[in-house]
Design a protein around this ligand. Sequence first.
Ligand code: NAD
Ligand code: GLY
Length: 361
Amino acid sequence: MKTVTVDLGARSYPIHIGSGLLGASVLYDPCLGSGQVMIVTNTVLAQHHLPVLQGALASRSPQTLILPDGEATKTLATTERIWDALLAARFGRDATLIALGGGVIGDLTGFAAACYQRGIDFIQIPTTLLAQVDSSVGGKTGVNHARGKNMIGAFHQPRCVIADLDTLHTLPDRELRAGIAEVIKYGLIADAAFFDWLEEHLDALLDRDADTLTHAIAVSCRTKAAIVEADEREGGVRALLNLGHTFGHAIETGVGYGAWLHGEAVAAGMVMAAELSARLGQLPAAAVERTRSLIQRAGLPVHAPSSLDADQFLALMAVDKKVQAGRLRLVLLRAIGQAELRGDTDPGALRALLEHFPRGP
Ligand code: NAD
Ligand code: GLY
């Protein structure tokens, strides 16, 4: 097992990465308070992995809430279902919520925990690669609004993150590839050597080789932890974690939540950000090609959806959370391994990118 620590003073927590962790009671004990425990999961995880977790927590007699699957579940209405269940069972401020699932369950459960009685503890048990390398770490929680992704939320750090590689055995290939998009993101924004390593080890990652996965998850979590430690509430450098996300969120919202996976939308968005960086003369064409090629080899989209034209993209991008004083701010690349947040992007260059970027299904 590898453990990466997110060092945030009194709110520090471990991320445990390895095989066979889901059933290891010893990992939960230090993170559970004295109160009641509720597992929040969905119908898919309930079939595959819930019994092992329930076994590990048997001595705490946890309650379980099983929600519908899918991004469409990440709403305020579903959060209310969690609050209803907590109130019905008279959970107090010493209670702990446990999120067993991907980013949808993690974001929802974390948000429910952030608001219930002004904040209770929660534990993240991420079961998708995307959640293990990104969404379970850093304390961003929230839900979608019909007008924009993740528009309602709170910062609320988990007490610990338990990333069990064995849970990935049941993950569909398409979901694995979506997680690889976020892994590639860390190479692009902060770690050129890791990007080189990914170019070399992508096939082993796609084959789910355990050592390769462990390395990729640990490096990704270390990079994310360092960024979150430097800027927990996204006043500056944390925005770099949003490479590709302004385009990606526009795609997710534009095509309807769930039609494109988050990681797929981010993948296309990262190619768009790289190409825009090149159009602005700040990134060599060779770096754009390496970005496009790695993303394509991972089986991820390198095109935008044909249903979104440039005007629709611009309208959707205008509700991005990085908009400041009405000005769009975009994460762009200077090199592979070096990203920057720019608020002065030439609108003409952005429109030209959106008009000419390849479209596909
Ligand atoms: P997800 O939670 O919808 O999971 C993807 C699919 O895989 C679902 O159908 C799920 O039921 C299934 N699944 C999960 N684990 C499985 C397993 N082990 N075996 C079989 N099936 C499994 O999607 P995701 O990609 O994990 O997360 C995407 C969400 O995360 C988006 O809502 C995105 O906005 C959010 N996100 C949040 C952050 C953050 O910092 N909070 C960062 C990135 C993404
Ligand atoms: N996924 C972006 C962040 O955590 O800041």
